[in-house]
Design a protein around this ligand. Structure first.
Ligand code: MYR
Length: 413
C-alpha cells in the first residue's frame, strides 16, 4: 500500500473523508508516516480507541508534531499510571469550576478593554486581536508574567502560541516558525520554573490561596515522586496556555458563522436558554480544527472482526465523525439548535477527542473552551461592525484552517 503522508499534508481535512468515500463503508486502511494505518470513527470506535489495551501514545506522535505542537515529554506521550498521574495535574487546573469561571471573567475584561480600542481603528483583524486578548487573560490566570511592557509581550507570546498550533502539519516555513516559537517559549518558561523553585514557590500551596497553574506545574511530582525537569515543566505550562489561545480559531469561526447566518445574531446576543453554549458546541462540530488523533496498537487487536496488527497506527477520525450523516442530521448545515437543551453524548461530539478526560487522552480543556466561547460569542454578536470585502474562504487543504483573511471587521462600535 502506498504511503499517504504526502496526500494527507496536501489535502488536509479532505484527505480522510475522500479516502473513506472511495473505499466504502467500514474502517479505512492506509499507510501514514511509513506505518500501516487504520482509521475508525463513531461512538463505539471512540470507546475502543481510548482503551489502552487497544491504543497507546508513547512513540506514536512524530517528532515534527512534538517539536511544534505538544512538546517533547508532554502528557500526550505518556500511557498508564504515568499518564494518569500527570493528567491529574491538568484536570485539577483546567476542570475546576471556579478556576474556569475566573478565566472566563478575565477573558470578558480583556474583551471589553480591546473592543473599546477597536472603535478608533479603520480595520481590525479579529484573529490577531482575539489571540492577544485570550493570551493576556490566560497568562494572568496561569501566573505567566508579561514583563515591564505587557502589551508588547502579550503580542509576542500570542504570536508564538499561535505559531506552534499553526505549524504542526506542514513542512513549509510555518513549521520552522513553530519550532522557533516553541524553543523561545520553552526557554523562557523553564527559566521561570527555576526562579519559582529557587524562591521556594514549589512548596504545596496553602488551602486559602490555590496555586497558579505555573506554581502547580513547578510543584508537581510525577508517578516516580520526582519534580519535572525545567524543560518538561515548561512544556506542560505551554500545554495549559497554548490550547487556550487556540480557542481563537473557534472564536473566528464564530464570526464567520454569524456572517453566513445573520438570523442567528439576535439569539446569540441575548444568549437565552443556553444558546451561546449550543452555538459553541455547533462551532466545534461544524468547523474543521483537529483532523484526527492517533496512537499505536500495542498488540494484535481486533475491531469488529478487523485485525489490527501490533504497531499499526490507529487514527480516530474526529472531523469525519463530527460530519457523519449516520450521527448528524444534515451534517453540513450549521444549526446550533441541535444542541439546544441537551449536552452531546460523551463519545458523540468529539472535536477535542472522546472518552474521559481524567482517565484517557480526551482534552481536559473542553470546559474552558466552552466557557471562553460562551463569554466571547454573545459579546461578538452585540458588537456592531461591518465586514468589508475580503477572502473568507476556509481552505480544507490547510491545517489548521480558518477564513483566509483572519476575519477583518471595520466601523466597529
Ligand atoms: C493545542 O494547542 O493543543 C490545540 C490544538 C490541537 C490540534 C490537535 C491536532 C491533533 C493532531 C494529531 C496528529 C497526529 C499525527 C499522526
Amino acid at each position: 500500500m502506498v504511503d499517504n503522508t504526502l496526500p494527507f499534508l496536501t489535502q488536509g481535512y479532505a484527505w480522510l473523508p475522500d479516502l473513506s468515500r472511495r473505499k466504502g463503508p467500514g474502517p479505512v486502511r492506509t499507510r501514514l508516516l511509513g506505518k500501516p494505518a487504520i482509521a475508525l470513527r463513531g461512538p463505539a470506535a471512540v470507546a475502543f480507541f481510548y482503551d489502552e489495551n487497544h491504543v497507546r501514545r508513547r512513540t506514536a506522535l512524530p517528532e515534527p508534531v512534538l517539536s511544534t505542537l505538544f512538546g517533547k515529554g508532554a502528557v500526550h506521550t505518556l500511557d498508564g499510571p504515568e499518564h494518569r498521574r500527570r493528567k491529574a495535574l491538568f484536570v485539577s487546573l483546567l476542570k475546576d469550576a471556579s478556576g474556569v469561571a475566573m478565566l472566563a471573567r478575565l477573558v470578558a475584561e480583556e474583551w471589553e478593554r480591546s473592543s473599546k480600542e477597536w472603535t478608533g481603528r479603520p480595520q481590525v483583524t479579529l484573529f490577531d486581536e482575539v489571540s492577544v486578548l485570550i493570551t493576556r487573560a490566560v497568562c494572568a490566570w496561569a501566573g505567566v508574567p508579561l514583563g515591564d511592557r505587557p502589551d508588547d509581550e502579550a503580542r509576542r507570546t500570542a504570536r508564538d502560541l499561535v505559531a506552534m498550533v499553526d505549524g504542526f502539519a506542514t513542512a513549509g516555513p510555518r513549521h520552522w516558525q513553530a519550532r522557533r516559537a516553541r524553543r523561545r517559549q520553552e526557554k523562557r518558561l523553564a527559566r521561570l520554573v527555576e526562579e519559582i523553585r529557587s524562591a521556594g514557590g514549589d512548596a504545596p500551596a496553602d488551602s486559602d490561596r490555590p496555586a497558579s497553574a505555573v506554581q502547580a506545574v513547578a510543584a508537581h511530582r510525577d508517578a516516580d515522586g520526582e519534580l519535572l525537569d525545567p524543560h518538561t515543566a515548561a512544556v506542560e505550562i505551554l500545554n495549559v496556555i497554548r490550547p487556550t489561545a487556540a480557542i481563537t480559531w473557534y472564536a473566528v469561526f464564530g464570526a464567520h458563522a454569524l456572517h453566513r447566518n445573520p438570523g442567528l445574531r439576535e439569539r446569540l446576543a441575548t444568549d437565552s436558554e443556553g444558546y451561546a453554549r449550543a452555538f459553541a458546541h455547533e462551532l466545534r462540530r461544524f468547523y474543521p480544527f483537529a483532523p484526527f488523533v492517533a496512537g499505536l496498537a500495542p498488540d494484535d487487536v481486533q475491531w469488529r472482526g478487523e485485525a489490527i496488527p501490533e504497531g499499526t497506527l490507529v487514527l480516530l477520525d474526529l472531523y469525519g465523525q463530527n460530519h457523519d450523516p449516520e450521527l448528524w442530521h444534515d451534517p453540513y448545515m450549521f444549526d446550533p439548535d441541535r444542541f439546544l437543551g441537551r449536552e452531546p453524548g460523551r463519545d458523540e461530539l468529539v472535536p477535542q477527542g472522546g472518552g474521559e478526560a481524567a482517565e484517557g487522552h480526551r482534552c481536559p480543556g473542553e470546559d474552558i473552551t466552552l466557557a471562553v466561547l460562551s463569554t466571547l460569542l454573545p459579546r461578538l454578536a452585540r458588537l456592531q461592525y461591518q465586514v468589508p470585502e475580503q477572502d473568507l474562504r476556509i481552505p480544507l487543504s490547510r491545517m489548521p484552517t480558518g477564513p483566509r483573511s483572519g476575519f477583518v471587521i471595520s466601523e466597529v462600535h
